[in-house]
Design a protein. Structure first.
Length: 336
């Protein structure tokens, strides 16, 4: 990707070609990630069949364990096990979960919607809060509001999500009893509006905890980016022509200031899925983050590998989205 001030025809074709090249280039990267993830889990201490042996030790004989070890190639070298696993994955078979006794893809399909609802709502909440606060803070530099925002941003950056989550539960769920402690819904029946309101009530706390932690970082970034743009010559020229401050800020400064902000926001999408591991565990939210945590703790290697690979794919896609958004916001950027 390069910047060029000259118009270039066939922009859609260029973007499509760029996306195709990036997608093809991601294949060896994802293959390398799969090798590293598989090797780390394979070398981790513990027995992948431990959960089966502990579940009913009297019913599981030594012969059954031996057959399972042969079936899963657990006694083969790591590279042989990896190629067996990769062949199954390419055929669409991610194996069975040793903890849930269910095909891995069935578990993933049941949890992905909950994680998408949580992470995307937290991502949008973070942007809706960070953008106006960062704009006002930059336009009123060194004011009381700017100092308060700076203090709260540094406080948010130093706040562990685990502590923030537990404090939110103690205040809003235990003390005030405004919101449910955890879960995705209550066992209620009634109208669709009542069901929606119940789901929303369960979403509010985890969404706020996951979104506000990132708001502190984004506010600082919006403020810094906008201050840099406000000091440029064309902004001073616009003000000299008699344009009011709001017009200069919203129509001239913010367009250029949003270029790095949108890039960072798109690149931070995998952070929300990674942060969902902590937030979903705290609030017992049945999503991919909690599923991955339980898979790693329980030694469920097939499920853990599937979750890790989905996170890797999401990271690659987020980088691609960031590059495309960069070109949408800045027309000088073309793809070659």
């Amino acid at each position: 990707m390069r910047a060029d001030s000259r118009p270039r025809p066939g922009g859609a074709v260029a973007v499509g070609s760029y996306i195709l090249k990036r997608t093809l280039g991601a294949v060896p990267l994802l293959l390398l990630i799969s090798i590293i993830a598989f090797s780390l889990l394979a070398l981790a201490p513990g027995d992948p069949l431990l959960a089966i042996r502990l579940e009913n030790p009297r019913a599981v004989s030594a012969e059954s364990i031996a057959r399972l070890r042969e079936y899963y190639h657990l006694d083969d070298p790591i590279y042989v096990r990896y190629f067996h696993w990769l062949r199954s994955v390419l055929a669409g078979d991610w194996g069975y979960s040793s903890v849930y006794k269910t095909p891995v893809m069935e578990l993933v399909h049941s949890r992905v919607p909950n994680t998408l609802i949580l992470t995307m709502s937290a991502w949008l909440l973070g942007l809706l809060i960070a953008l106006p606060i960062g704009m006002v803070s930059a336009s009123r530099q060194y004011s009381a509001f700017d100092y308060i925002v700076t203090f709260l941003a540094f406080l948010g950056l130093s706040m562990p999500p685990v502590w923030f989550g537990f404090m939110a539960i103690m205040l809003f769920s235990v003390k005030l009893r405004w919101l449910p402690i955890g879960g995705v819904s209550s066992m209620i029946t009634g109208s669709s509006w009542a069901v929606f309101a119940d789901r929303l009530a369960h979403l509010i706390l985890p969404m706020i905890v996951l979104g506000l932690v990132q708001v502190a970082y984004w506010v600082r970034y919006v403020r810094t980016s906008l201050l840099e743009v406000l000091g440029m010559d064309y902004i001073r020229t616009a003000r000299a022509k008699g344009l009011d401050g709001r017009t200069v800020l919203t129509k001239h400064a913010m367009r250029n200031a949003m270029i790095p902000v949108l890039t960072i926001a798109a690149l931070d999408i995998p952070y929300f899925f990674g942060g969902a591991v902590v937030v979903e565990t705290i609030f017992a939210w049945p999503g991919m983050g909690r599923l991955m945590y339980q898979a790693v703790i329980g030694g469920d290697y097939n499920l853990a590998l599937c979750c890790l690979m989905l996170l890797a794919v999401l990271t690659v896609v987020s980088n691609l989205i960031a590059d495309v958004l960069y070109a949408v916001v800045d027309p000088r950027v073309v793809y070659s």
